[in-house]
Write a protein that binds this ligand. Structure first.
Ligand SMILES: [Zn+2]
Length: 228
């Protein structure tokens, strides 16, 4: 089998199509002209008060100068961390290309950095994901795989479910011959508290279709991911 591997850093923009590029340029231009930063979302008083309560519980004084604006900042930060709740990640897979010049081998986006938060401690999960699929006539712009990942990562998660959700979304919407997702991540709730083991990575994988059923296909994709 001939295989094509795409490193995330070098391929992030190359397959993303003209629409995204022109859109972001237009947004950048208008921002320069207006000199106005985007409006900050409002954080309701009860949310800010909840964060002050947490600060007191942790041993802090929420009224000291350095913490005055912290409750609003934390509220806005959590809107960003959990932006995935207001997104349907599958929308990134609706625009597909069928003219692929006969290409019918593995497409792999490797080592995509991401951040999520664990649902048990609301602590950061930071890691890298490798996402591969074997197309069935249809491919997507390569950066869309990263967008699907971020759509599920920007929620409260457990790593096993994140891995499974990304794989299932690609399986359902691209209907490929196979999907392979491998995620390696560090959990703030392990590195910064509890057993305090910095540097330990947790690895999860989800294989569907040919990568689940065929051992040689699975070996090949794992080898491409650097895990052979
Ligand atoms: Zn945790």
């Amino acid at each position: 089998m001939n295989l094509i591997t795409l490193d995330f850093a070098s391929s992030q923009d190359s397959h993303d199509g003209c629409n995204d590029a022109s859109h972001s340029h237009a947004a950048a231009d208008s921002a320069v002209q207006r000199h106005a930063p985007p409006a900050k979302p409002a954080v309701p008083e009860q949310v800010q008060e909840a964060i002050r309560t947490l600060l007191r519980f942790a041993g802090e004084d929420p009224s000291r100068e350095g913490l005055i604006d912290t409750p609003a900042r934390v509220g806005r930060a959590w809107l960003e961390y959990c932006q995935g709740y207001r997104e349907d990640p599958s929308v990134h897979l609706t625009r597909t290309f069928e003219e692929v010049g006969g290409y019918d081998e593995i497409v792999l986006l490797r080592d995509i950095p991401f951040q999520s938060h664990c649902e048990h401690h609301m602590a950061p999960i930071t890691g890298k994901a490798s996402i591969a699929y074997l197309p069935n006539n249809r491919v997507v712009g390569i950066s869309k795989l990263a967008r699907v990942l971020h759509g599920y990562a920007r929620r409260l998660q457990v790593q096993e479910r994140l891995t499974a959700e990304v794989a299932q979304c690609i399986w359902d919407h691209l209907q490929p011959q196979g999907v392979a997702v491998v995620i390696e991540a560090q959990h703030g709730c392990m590195t910064g508290r509890g057993v305090c083991t910095p540097g330990v990575g947790m690895v999860t994988s989800r294989m569907l279709g040919c990568f689940l059923q065929d051992a040689s296909s699975r070996r090949e994709v794992m080898s491409l991911m650097g895990r052979g």
